[in-house]
Design a binder for this molecule. Structure first.
Ligand code: NDP
Ligand code: 8X3
Length: 251
């Protein structure tokens, strides 16, 4: 087997682009997500290009499901070199006094607890092999707070804190920990945030050149491809036309 990368949330956007990028650079890939049909399509594409692929369909919010899927990997897939904690979402964009607790729970359970469940499972093997690389997909929303971003921003601030915490905990085990924090990337992110309202989602990306998922995949590859003694701690990556979460130069 080549080196192995496990990417959560590979059925769309940044995760899918990262699977393609790492596979193109010789990695065998474990792809995960909840949409089995999309996993099948991506697995076929990667295999046609010569990669070995394991597709695992589970919800990162389900602690038992995560443990069942990742705690019992087939022997040839157990030596995960790179974990990309990418699965995540925003749900809603309302002031906190109008917030929907279903949205809050989805974000907290996915972006924070899901990331923890997956990391605990996969880091065990990295610790016993004394090598590995955990890459957390944070956000500009983990560096600043914007109006109505409340709970999503809180979850990404949590990812920022967890990244720093993991770096301490995994330091004695020779495991790298990196955070990549994108600004606006055109994916299914806004469609999910606005509960399927395509018109509202499209507006987020109008009037300027936003990032695309491949731009972030390239940053992930840069971090992954550094020599063993170099760790990229944190990368904040924005469209040229974006200065902060809510300030854009739109034409
Ligand atoms: P997409 O909506 O395109 O992709 C999200 C991915 O996460 C999908 O593959 C989805 O798979 C997966 N996912 C969501 N919930 C779960 C769950 N409960 N269990 C398992 N998988 C899940 O959005 P992006 O690619 O943009 O988002 C990827 C990451 O990047 C997220 O963490 C997001 O917060 C972050 N980010 C995005 C930015 C942007 O502007 N797009 C900017 C900054 C950060 P499925 O539905 O099949 O389960
Ligand atoms: C996604 C970017 O600005 O919508 O994390 O929070 S933002």
């Amino acid at each position: 087997m080549e080196k192995i990368a496990l990417i959560t949330g590979a059925t769309s956007g940044i995760g899918e682009a990262t699977a393609l990028k790492l596979a193109g650079n010789g990695f065998d890939i474990i792809i995960t997500g909840r949409r089995q049909e999309r996993l099948n399509v991506l697995k076929n594409t990667l295999e046609e290009n010569g990669s070995h692929v394991l597709a695992l369909c589970f919800d990162v919010r389900d602690e038992e499901g995560v443990n069942a899927a990742l705690g019992n990997l087939p022997p040839e897939w157990q030596s995960v070199d790179v974990l990309v904690n990418n699965a995540g979402l925003a749900a809603g964009l309302e002031p906190v006094q109008q917030g929907d607790s279903l949205d809050w729970n989805r974000m907290i359970d996915t972006n924070v607890k899901g990331l923890l469940y997956v990391t605990r499972c996969i880091s065990q093997g990295m610790i016993s092999r004394k090598k590995g690389h955990v890459i957390n997909i944070g956000s500009i929303a983990g560096k600043e707070v914007y109006p109505n971003g409340n709970v999503y921003c809180a979850t990404k601030h949590a990812v920022d804190a967890l990244t720093k915490g993991m770096r301490f905990d995994l330091l004695p085990h020779n495991i790298k920990v990196t955070q990549i924090c994108p600004g606006a990337v055109e994916t299914e992110f806004s469609l999910v945030r606005f509960h399927g309202d395509k018109h509202r989602a499209d507006k987020v990306y109008e009037g300027y050149e936003c990032l695309v998922a491949h731009d972030i995949a390239e940053c992930i590859w840069f971090a992954v491809s550094r020599p063993p003694h170099v760790n990229i701690n944190d990368m904040v990556v924005m469209p040229t036309a974006q200065a902060s979460a809510s300030v854009f130069h739109k034409i």
